[in-house]
Design a protein. Sequence first.
Length: 163
Amino acid sequence: MLVIVGLFMGQRYGTAAVGKLFGPSSRSGSPVLGLTGALQVAQQPGILAALNPLEAVAFLQARGWHLFVIMGSIVLALTGAEALYADMGHFGRRPIRVAWTGLVLPSLALNYMGQGALLMSDPTALESPFYRLFPQAWLIPVVLLATAASVIASQAVISGRSP
């Protein structure tokens, strides 16, 4: 709640001020996510079978048509579409494509695969696989980094443009 109130109060200084304050978290957040996921994938390379489209088809067929509804949520979670469209108006297509395909998508894919790899080796991590990827000493910095990255995404959606 405090973050949201602070974000709306900071709006009066413009998106550039918010971007200068929180922008570095966006640049550092993706590589951190990718690295932690890659470490888990290296420990459990069997997760790479998830990249086979035939596995996805078999997964969907085994669970029935109602799983199709959930796919919309999965796509939205993976793409962050609402923030991308907001950023598009500010930066244009090319920078968004480059940032997305060169940094964000690979980092998210590695992180999600890392969470899957963690669950393959430790099913008790189901409660919070994202935070379980990190050593205990990293939890507070990761929560702060995730909060700052959320502020940037929220700023883009609130203002219709990215800082």
